[in-house]
Design a protein around this ligand. Structure first.
Ligand SMILES: Nc1ncnc2c1ncn2[C@@H]1O[C@H](COP(=O)(O)OP(=O)(O)O)[C@@H](O)[C@H]1O
Ligand SMILES: [Mg+2]
Length: 227
């Protein structure tokens, strides 16, 4: 299955989520390849740090110059594709092959707007396909303070977008994610019982229920409204 992790905004957590999911799949013994189609190359850098630190399992990463469309088409295992707005051509190529799109959205109005614009690109790019990709959105970098309403408001706004599923799981703003990159380890490797780990494992379980029987897509909040 090809999962494209995308959104138009930098900093929303695309590379973070791709890296952590890739490690999680690799640790389940899944044949996973990643594609870093963003010229910023954060995913490649994180995987490079992981290699330098000698952390296993290793995660395969291909860059845009490696003919990603062909590799994706021929790969039989799981593929995770990190795409950003700085290479719209690669973004469209990836969307053209995606089984599903996963989009992290920070809790702000600007991020809701840019997600809506990203969905227009998805719709337009996938319009000629017989089977459209599923679209999953979730709030990333949520505030941990219980009095702040932005994450609730963002989820509510995302749920009004047509043809999407808003996952119930939220990933909060946690320092473990910054350490994750600097140490080349997934958050559940750094602090297995920590809050970042618990939240991430819930997200991974929703996305790959066959690998995580305690969480199923039925736990996600769906707002399928056609499209
Ligand atoms: N949930 C989170 N909590 C704390 N920091 C985060 C979280 N998600 C992402 N970050 C940090 O935000 C920065 C941008 O994330 P990144 O995944 O590179 O975004 P993108 O790939 O969308 O540009 C990185 O420093 C990353 O560690
Ligand atoms: Mg990135």
């Amino acid at each position: 299955m090809i999962t494209v992790v995308g959104n138009l905004k930098g900093g929303c957590g695309k590379s973070t989520i791709t890296f952590n999911l890739a490690v999680w799949l690799a640790r389940h013994g899944i044949d996973v390849v990643t594609f870093d189609l963003d010229p910023q190359a954060t995913l490649s850098d994180a995987i490079e740090v992981r290699r330098e630190e000698g952390v296993t399992p290793d995660v395969k990463v291909f860059r845009s110059e490696s003919d990603p469309a062909r590799i994706m088409a021929n790969h039989r295992g799981e593929a995770l594709v990190d795409v950003g707005a700085s290479n719209l051509w690669a973004m469209r190529q990836a969307i053209g092959q995606a089984d599903r799109i996963l989009s992290p959205v920070p809790p702000s109005q600007a991020d809701v707007w840019s997600t809506a614009r990203f969905l227009e690109i998805v719709k337009e790019t996938a319009s000629t396909r017989i089977k459209r990709p599923e679209i999953y959105l979730f709030v990333n970098r949520a505030d941990t303070h219980p009095m702040l309403r932005e994450s609730d408001e963002t989820e509510a706004a995302l749920a009004t977008l047509p043809g999407v599923t808003v996952l119930k799981t939220r990933i909060c703003q946690r320092t473990a994610y910054r350490r994750s990159f600097s140490e080349g380890r997934a958050v559940f490797e750094l602090a297995p019982g920590g809050k970042a780990s618990q939240e991430f494992l819930e997200l991974a379980g929703l996305l790959y229920p066959e690998l995580h029987s305690s969480a199923t897509p039925s736990e996600s909040r769906s707002s399928k409204q056609g499209a």
